[in-house]
Design a protein around this ligand. Structure first.
Ligand code: GDP
Ligand code: MG
Length: 444
């Protein structure tokens, strides 16, 4: 018997239409009492909703989903009402009186998980889909909600299970000598599985990068035009631009969509020697931000400087991040005093004043980022939670290869299997559910 729950499933606030979802054993009864008459599954029907005293609540539309063919796997009714707080208040009041209660955040999805409508990776994909801001995030989340990760991890579990069964049988019947061929086959399969997991783990954190945004830090001397650049790229005045050197002190972060890829762009303090305590702290943060970045943009004032290899080296010497590709911009090229760069490095000449070079920069960023996160059709890890469990699974498999007695091999394989189950949620761990579903909002 599952208590009937309800919540606004559409966005909060005034809206043309709001969708209230009701799920549980009494969902159909409660909707009937409100005046819904048509329960042809999956068919939206016009209906008036009434309070118990006969007052009209709203002219609405209703659709019923019969269990198990619903989002939660329970009986579900969705009411399309006018998105007004007053209507919601009256409607929720009536539902409370009937014995329903407001759903907790993520409770619909939790029930969907409990009723095997989705595994934990699909639930996580759903949160990511709701939070997606760019196309790449959307595609990745869609693949996950469709079960790409679930299928992969289940297929590994399916490979492990018979191996575990073999080992257990051997323990139960130790007098029967395990044929050499079976042992060899088992060893091979474990080795293959180890290779597959290693391969899957060595993904350059692509999935997490797409999920969290690719970090791009803008660095360079004071007054090079870093803050002007972040404003030009975001087409907003997010950072203070000033002729005065040392204006930017805090690291300013903005989110940017580069042709579908989510980018977190960081404007930083100009790197130079400074006696000013606040500026020095800003410079420290600038270096830190560059050290953590996936891509670094170095802006150089091409009027004030003759750009050559030596100057570029000087501008980057405090940064320790060899992994991040470096994009070098020679700014202010509309000015007659602009010095043509003399260097072996690839440089984008640009003028933030005229906009020259901005397209080239965006294209280059796109190429670099797509190289960093490019996904073939293979499913990729999107959370640290998956990564940790896979690493644990891997450790147990590797340990099993040198385990001295069959009992210990069995134990290692069992633990490996358990770690795969932790990712998909086939292992029953209550605190795991809290971790996964805490990010959900009410109504999901
Ligand atoms: N001539 C010229 N000046 C620029 C250009 N971009 C920025 N500036 C100027 O350079 C100065 C410093 O810019 P700002 O963005 O604050 O540099 P930051 O210290 O690197 O953040 C400001 O006076 C800007 O107006 C450009 O393309 N051409
Ligand atoms: Mg600045």
């Amino acid at each position: 018997m599952s208590k009937t729950i309800y919540a606004l499933a559409s966005g909060v606030g005034r809206s043309g239409v709001g969708v209230v979802r009701i799920s549980g054993d009494n969902a159909f009864d409660f909707a009937k009492q409100l005046g819904v008459k048509n329960f042809t599954p999956n068919k939206l029907a016009r209906t008036n909703l009434f309070a118990n005293n006969g007052d009209l609540i709203d002219e609405a539309m209703a659709v019923a989903f019969k269990n198990p063919n619903s989002f939660t796997g329970e009986d579900v009714v969705e009411l399309h009402i006018h998105g007004s707080q007053a209507i919601l208040n009256v409607l929720f009041d009536e539902l409370d009186k009937q014995g329903a209660r407001l759903a907790e955040p993520g409770e619909f999805s939790k029930r969907a998980f409990a009723n095997n409508k989705m595994d934990l990776t699909q639930a996580e994909g759903l949160i990511d889909l709701i939070n997606a801001e760019t196309k790449a995030q959307m595609r990745q989340a869609q693949r996950q909600t469709q079960g790409a990760l679930r299928d992969l991890y289940n297929s590994w579990a399916d490979e492990l299970l018979p191996l575990l069964a073999h080992c257990e049988a051997y323990i139960d019947f130790p007098d029967e000598d395990l044929p050499e061929s079976v042992k060899k086959q088992t060893d091979e399969k474990i080795q293959n599985l180890i290779s597959s997991i290693l391969n899957h783990l060595e993904d350059n954190n692509r999935g997490e990068r797409i999920r969290n945004g690719i970090q791009v830090a803008i660095i360079g001397s004071p007054n090079a035009g870093k803050s002007s650049l972040i404003n030009a790229l975001t087409k907003r005045d997010v950072a203070i631009v000033s002729e005065q050197a040392g204006t930017t002190r805090d690291v300013i972060e903005v989110n940017l969509d580069i042709k579908g890829y989510p980018v977190r762009l960081f404007d930083t303090a100009g790197i130079r020697e400074s006696d000013d305590v606040v500026e020095s702290e800003g410079i420290k943060r600038a270096v830190k931000s560059a050290n953590q970045a996936d891509v670094i943009i170095l802006v150089i004032d091409g009027v004030k400087n003759k750009i050559n290899d030596e100057l570029i080296l000087q501008n980057t010497k405090s940064i320790e991040n060899d992994n991040a590709p470096l994009v070098i911009l020679a700014n202010k090229n509309e000015n007659s005093g602009f010095n043509t760069p003399q260097t072996s490095k690839s440089i984008i000449p640009m003028s933030i004043y005229t906009g020259d070079g901005i397209d080239k920069l965006v294209n280059q960023l796109y190429d670099l980022i797509s190289g960093l996160v490019a996904t073939d059709s293979e499913p990729i890890i999107t959370r640290n939670r998956h990564r940790r469990a896979l690493q644990d699974c891997l450790d147990s498999l590797i340990q099993s290869q040198t385990a001295p007695v069959p009992e210990l091999v069995t134990e290692d394989l069992r633990i490996a299997l358990r770690h795969l189950g932790i990712i998909t949620g086939t292992v029953d761990v209550e605190e795991l559910l809290d971790v996964v579903f805490k990010d959900f909002c009410i109504g999901k």
